[in-house]
Design a protein around this ligand. Structure first.
Ligand code: ATP
Length: 267
């Protein structure tokens, strides 16, 4: 049975501006895209080395998927996203086949960015697990596909993981996932940038985003997105309670953020 029944090929439209913070990372990625997908011939001609694969590692909810989509968007490339666990199958040979199918699909859709989230589940360090060897064969297949990308310069693999130490080290060797970037939790300035990304097109009244950035130490981008959306929901509830009927007059006020914050803390 085929594991990878249907992979969806997307053409994402995520601008670099839609990602708050992570400035130097964004710059590094932009150059990598140029090398890997936009001007491979320049790199080929000058023998400059463009990354064949990129590993984004760090805590969850920090924008790794978003970054991979921005890479594809900048290159006007197709985008195929899969989760490591969804490729794994208990059927003999099916997981390797899923990896083969994934890359075959990517080559068909080239230029294409293949994004594999939770890469550590697909490609854990080989040997010593006492399992049936399934993951060893899957890692082997993944390495074969990655090495094959040298013949197919317009397919780029972006892998993401929260556990880089669990990955098979062979994946990180030169010519494979050779650009490894840490995507960290946002600092205060980055939290403010993220809050702006998600709020600048919303009808905000007296909300002091800077003070929210200051009091959300340890929050990731996904949490801040949730806070923002929850505040908008609070505003809607408030308006409905008031029986107001003009949606154009809804404003998101400081109290909505406070209520949203309380709600998130209680969850
Ligand atoms: P995971 O490791 O859990 O897969 P991730 O690092 O891939 O997480 P994303 O899926 O990119 O995180 O982020 C989740 C959501 O959080 C995004 O869709 C976006 O709304 C928001 N978000 C995260 N980081 C940022 C950021 N730096 N700027 C703007 N929005 C962000």
């Amino acid at each position: 049975p085929a594991v990878l029944r249907s992979v969806e090929v997307e053409t994402p439209n995520v601008t670099w501006d839609a990602i708050g913070g992570l400035d130097s990372l964004k710059q590094t990625l932009q150059e990598a895209v140029e090398g890997a997908l936009l001007y491979p011939e320049l790199y080929h001609h000058t023998k400059a080395k463009a990354p064949r694969g990129i590993l984004l590692w760090g805590p969850p909810g920090t924008g790794k998927t978003l970054l991979a989509k921005a890479v594809a968007s900048q290159a006007r490339a197709n985008f195929i996203a899969v989760n490591g666990p969804e490729l794994m199958s208990k059927w003999v040979g099916a997981s390797e086949q899923a990896v083969r199918d994934l890359f075959a699909k990517a080559r068909q859709a080239a230029p294409c960015v293949v994004f594999i989230d939770e890469l550590d589940t697909l490609a854990p360090a080989r040997g010593g697990h006492g399992d049936t060897g399934v993951s060893d064969r899957v890692v082997g297949q993944l390495l074969t596909e990655l090495d094959g990308l040298h013949e197919c310069p317009n397919v780029l693999l972006v892998g993401a993981t929260n556990r880089p130490e669990a990955l098979d080290p062979a994946l990180l060797r030169s010519g494979r996932l050779d650009l490894q970037l840490k995507v960290d939790l946002p600092d205060e300035a980055s939290r403010l940038a993220i809050l702006h990304v998600h709020n600048d097109d919303r009808p905000l009244a007296d909300v002091d985003l800077a003070s929210w950035a200051a009091q959300t130490e340890g929050w990731n981008g996904a949490d801040l997105t949730l806070l923002t959306n929850q505040a908008a929901l609070e505003a809607i509830r408030r308006y409905r309670r008031q029986g107001a009927s003009d949606p154009g007059a809804i404003q998101i006020i400081a109290d909505d953020f406070t209520a949203a914050y309380q709600r998130l803390l209680e969850q």
